[in-house]
Write a new protein. Structure first.
Length: 163
């Protein structure tokens, strides 16, 4: 009886931890249209021209499931003149659009040391799109100095396959 009671008490915690609420996937054409309209290939923040670079892939290595692992995306916000990136600029959220579907994800807390003219962020556990399909990647960028949001876009980014 005690074991059942403990299981019932912990079940809500286990269920709530099973999926990251910040990630969503779906066909929301209004959201896709809105993002495509308000994003551009370059953004200007305090006189610095910034653009988005990305690497997106799915892992099909022998230790992966037969249908591959979920999508991983690394985004780099790059200062095009190679001067230091302001610490007031942050990558907040990522949107990946494939046909009529959109994957919306907060970036993970992972970080690596990078060049001072870019900011790198990673999103994991995306959908099982591709590989070898083109997607559009949009990053939500926040200027912490004045709490302004910008949207920078990278079109025709291919989902790669690692074997």
């Amino acid at each position: 009886m005690i074991k059942i009671l403990i299981l019932l008490m912990t079940l809500p915690f286990l269920i709530s931890c099973s999926q990251d609420d910040s990630d969503s996937l779906g066909g929301n054409q209004n959201k896709i249209d809105e993002l495509l309209i308000k994003s551009s290939n370059q953004i200007n923040i305090d006189g610095h021209i910034l653009e988005l670079h990305a690497a997106i892939w799915r892992d099909f290595m022998p230790v992966s499931p037969p249908d591959g692992k979920n999508l991983i995306s690394v985004n780099w916000l790059v200062n095009t003149d190679s001067t230091s990136m302001s610490s007031d600029i942050a990558l907040v959220k990522q949107f990946v659009i494939h046909e009529d579907d959109i994957w919306i994800a907060d970036y993970s807390g992972e970080s690596r040391e990078t060049a001072d003219y870019l900011v790198e962020r990673i999103s994991r556990n995306g959908p099982k799109w591709g590989p070898d399909v083109a997607v559009t990647v949009i990053a939500e960028v926040k200027c912490l100095k004045d709490d302004t949001f910008y949207y920078v876009r990278l079109d025709n980014q291919n989902i790669e396959r690692t074997d």
